[in-house]
Each structure stands twice: as structure tokens, then as C-alpha cells.
Design a protein around this ligand. Structure first.
Ligand code: 8YV
Length: 327
């Protein structure tokens, strides 16, 4: 029927969400990251009215091979994988999944902060390897979290969720750096008087924990560099739960080896998966995670469901729930 559109799913969907799509449209599932699915992806791309998926660059080259495309529905809140200029120029709508993952990502970021500060992965490994042969000495002590100062780079919904955990759960003074102050009275009343918009130099000089929750854009790429690391408090711990490419990784390694950083917890990297040759993979004071911020059963299902709803609404000519770029 004329209403049935051609949909290309480029990252596996939960069966119940795939069924919602196949009930209404002609669907091809092909993950371009898998060599044996690449030809099917390319063939479906040429006919696709809608795309849905994540973790693959939908760049100008891909879009040039999608002449019929009307909407891209990303199963992510971050949109740095998409050629926004081309989408805008062609009037292709981009939807994403804000909101549904905020608390899960904030849980992950705070778990990473705790694990890094108290050296949990390193000490658990010591037990597993049979090296717990005497009482733990000062050489293996960690650092306290409660009551320490947390400085946030980026104060969107996820940054605010991290601030809630720090201020309300751990009694931590919170500073944040953002392009403009957030109206806490309307956006986060529970953080009023607890999270303070602070000039970057003061935030860096006073924070025991510097947590980057920055989206990746032309203005944030490489933002956390040698200059910012050098301005951080001696013994500070750096956590990145946003996007790896906001950090100059060579400068991070220098700050770890020559100060001022005590340790770093990283869930995201400039290149993912993290290359085996990267020093960040094995550095003794780095706690690395494989981009698992939103990776829980419930939240990834909620993200897929929202992305599916966005796509169905867009293809039906309705206003999707979460539009990043209108058509
Ligand atoms: C991953 C994320 O993209 O939502 C984002 O922007 O970084 C994560 O949720 C995940 O791979 C989404 O499927």
C-alpha cells in the first residue's frame, strides 16, 4: 500500500520494537559494521525512506547513497554520528532519545567515579589473582568521595542527574561550567543552592573530581586539553562520561604521568572500540569502561522504543516525540 515505506534498521532492535515497524513498513535489518551485512545495507540504503540505529557514522557519503531518505531515528541522545549539515540541507528529519537514559548514564558515571576513587577494579583484581596475602596498606588506599568538591563540565540533563547524586547523596559541593547558567528554579529546584555556575579556572582549581559530560560538537572537540589539565587541583580525579573526542588523550596521559591528575575513569574514548595500542587501556591509574553509560536492559529497551515511536510518527507525517533536527 502507498503508506508502506522502506525502513533500514542499521543496529539490532528488540523483537517487540522490530515488530512495530514490520507491521506497518517494509523493513530491512542490516548492520554495516558487519562485513557480511554490508552489501544488504548498501542495497537497502538506496531505497530507504527511514533509518533507525546507532553507533555508525551516517555521514555525507552514506547520505549521498540514500536519495529517498526522509527521517533518521537515532537510538542515542548524542548526535555526533550524523552529518547535521547535510541532513539540514536536504530537509531530512533527525530524531534521538533524550530523557530516557539520563538516570542510567548518571548512575554509570557515579559508579565509575566511585570505582576510580576507591581503586575498586584494581583491588578486586588483587583478590581474584590471589594476591591478598596481608592487610591492605597505604600504597593501596583510595580517596574519599563524600564531602569532596565535584566540578562538572557540561550541565545538561545528565550532568544535572550526576549533580543530584553528588550533592544529595554524597554531600558534595557542586560547581558546573556551561555556556550559560541553568535556571535551577525551573530545571532542577532540588539543586538550588547546591550546584553553582562557576568560571572554568575556579572550577578546575577547586574540584577534587572533574567530570566531563559534554556532547561532541565543533566547540567541544579537544576542549579538555593540556591547558585545562594543568589548571586542575593536584591529586584531582578526571571522569569522562560524555564523548571521548572532547578530550586530548595525549594531554590526559601527560597529566596522569606528570601531574596534576591522581587517576582517570573513562567510559568513552576518541576511537571506539579503544585500540589495543592505546596506553589508556593499560595505564595503572586509568579505569576504562567500554561505553556502557546507557547499557542496561531497561534503558536500552526504552531508547529503542522511543526511537521506533519517533520513526513511526515521522513516516506517518506526525510530529515525533523527540526531534533533534526538524525536516
Ligand atoms: C550509545 C550514547 O550511543 O545515547 C548516547 O549518545 O552514547 C549511548 O547511549 C549507545 O550505543 C546508544 O545505542
Amino acid at each position: 500500500s502507498p503508506a508502506r515505506k522502506q525502513v533500514l534498521v542499521f543496529r539490532e532492535l528488540p523483537p517487540d520494537q522490530l515488530a512495530r515497524l514490520t507491521a506497518v513498513h517494509d523493513v530491512t535489518v542490516a548492520d554495516p559494521r558487519k562485513p557480511d551485512e554490508r552489501a544488504r545495507f548498501d542495497a537497502a540504503l538506496a531505497l530507504a525512506h527511514g533509518l533507525i540505529g546507532s553507533s555508525f557514522p551516517i555521514d555525507a557519503a552514506v547520505l549521498s547513497r540514500a536519495p529517498r531518505l526522509q527521517v533518521v531515528s537515532s537510538i542515542s541522545v548524542g548526535v555526533d554520528n550524523y552529518a547535521l549539515d547535510v541532513l539540514q540541507a536536504r530537509g531530512i528529519m533527525l530524531c534521538h532519545t533524550p530523557g530516557v537514559l539520563d538516570e542510567t548514564v548518571a548512575d554509570s558515571v557515579f559508579a565509575l567515579l566511585m570505582a576510580t576513587s576507591r581503586r575498586l577494579v584494581e583491588l578486586s583484581q588483587l583478590v581474584r589473582e590471589g594476591r591478598w596475602t596481608k592487610n591492605i596498606g597505604e600504597d593501596l588506599f583510595g580517596s574519599d568521595v563524600h564531602g569532596k568538591t565535584l566540578g562538572l563540565l557540561g550541565f545538561g540533563r545528565i550532568g544535572q542527574a550526576v549533580a543530584r547524586r553528588a550533592a544529595l547523596g554524597f554531600g558534595m559541593p557542586v560547581m558546573y561550567h556551561a555556556r550559560r547558567p541553568v535556571d535551577l528554579a525551573t530545571q532542577a529546584p532540588e539543586l538550588q543552592g547546591k550546584a553553582v555556575h562557576t568560571p572554568l579556572p575556579a572550577l578546575l582549581a577547586q574540584s577534587d573530581f572533574v567530570v566531563a559530560m559534554l556532547p561532541l560538537s565543533d566547540s567541544t572537540r579537544g576542549m579538555v586539553n593540556a591547558e585545562l589539565f594543568a589548571a586542575m587541583k593536584p591529586g584531582a580525579i578526571f571522569i569522562n562520561g560524555g564523548r571521548g573526542a572532547t578530550v586530548v588523550e595525549q594531554d590526559l596521559l601527560h597529566a596522569l604521568d606528570y601531574g596534576p591528575l591522581r587517576a582517570a575513569g573513562l567510559d568513552v574514548f576518541a576511537t571506539e572500540p579503544l585500540p589495543l595500542a592505546s596506553p589508556l587501556r593499560t595505564h595503572p591509574r586509568v579505569t576504562p569502561l567500554p561505553h556502557i553509560g546507557s547499557a542496561t536492559h531497561d534503558t536500552r529497551h526504552a531508547m529503542a522504543a522511543l526511537a521506533t515511536t519517533n520513526l513511526l510518527q515521522a513516516l506517518a507525517g506526525e510530529q515525533p516525540a523527540a526531534v533533534y533536527l526538524p525536516a
